[in-house]
Ligand binder design. Sequence first.
Ligand code: HEC
Length: 367
Amino acid sequence: MNVKSLFLLGLVLVAGQAFAAPAERWYSDEQVAQGEKLFRQNCAGCHGQNAEATPDWKKTDANGNYPPPPLNGSAHTWHHDLDLLRRTIREGGAKLGGQMPAFEGVLNAEQVDAVIAFFQSKWSDEIYQRWSGRFVSDDLPSLNDIVVANKNPLTRLLRQRIGNAPIDDVSETSVADVWQVQIGNQYVYLLDNGKYALMGDLVDLESGRNLTEISRRVTVVETISEFNDKDLIIYPAQGEARATLNVFTDTSCPYCQKMHGEISQLQAAGITVRYLPYARGGQNGPGYETMKSVWCADDRNQAMTDAKSNRFDDLPQGDCAQAAMIDRGYRAGNQVGIRGTPALIKSNGEKIEGYVPYRELIPMLLQ
Ligand code: HEC
């Protein structure tokens, strides 16, 4: 941008600020009143009666957890669009290792909107304007539409460079005019309306959070959560369940076999181990056919132990419906970008690549 256009932009910005009327709010007074009651019952204990707690929200506690941030506009809640706010309240913060409880099943959609209306009613016009200018303008095409139409330089240039690789998601970041593009498990940031791409992690220096890593983990958690317990081979925690570990495993991989030998120690420490199949090398890989058999066995846990001890005699044919899991597991593993087996995935989406002796692993999972 040259000096003259910078100057013009400055004028436009100043003019815009001086003459803009306060943005009309999306909610009604009734919603605010309804939301106030619900907020006092469900949220005020952590976020304060008027959504003002905790003023010192950037400081972690002794356990490294963030306190509940104020929702009254003084923190960064206005960085999130309405859908993300709704999702945070429905799903809570556990996905990202946070402390915010999930309200799915406690508050219905209308009630969630009402509590949002209540805390947004505490926002100044200036904050609300910033939020609404960014997110709720109906006449802006959604970026997904742009991606589908494939006309915009944002994706046109990028597509030329990446060929046919599918773009999984494009989303706005909290940095003005910087877009995040997800291609598989890789993230790229587009600058200057898609003319430049920056590869690297985006870190919020105020909160110290690595935003790219958070995106990566969300993808991992979403991918893993598509698998039901009945699809997997599970070794439940003994006694009180304290952590869950998802493991992409291959019956033919020596370190997967070694880890399997320590599974009872993990269970005894209160850790549930969920095995997902990942046949290294795919359909031609050494474990592919065996794992189909394991997934087709009546007693899959026993079959897993047999296969990992190189005892194949009792394994059934791998021709049942469940055998499809081996391909599904392989796709999922690739989607989350694992590089080998065993690949350990903590419940917050953090990956630990490779075998870790149980004595070291247990504290990593319980911390
Ligand atoms: C047990 C304490 C607790 C309760 C109860 C609670 N929250 Fe939270 N909330 C948190 C914490 C802690 C965070 C910070 C993120 C995390 O760790 O998950 C948070 C984060 C949020 C955020 C994201 C804010 C941002 O700026 O990123 C929203 C929105 C939110 N809470 C809304 C609510 C609403 C609405 C309710 C009531 C329906 C509620 N919370 C109840 C503790 C709580």
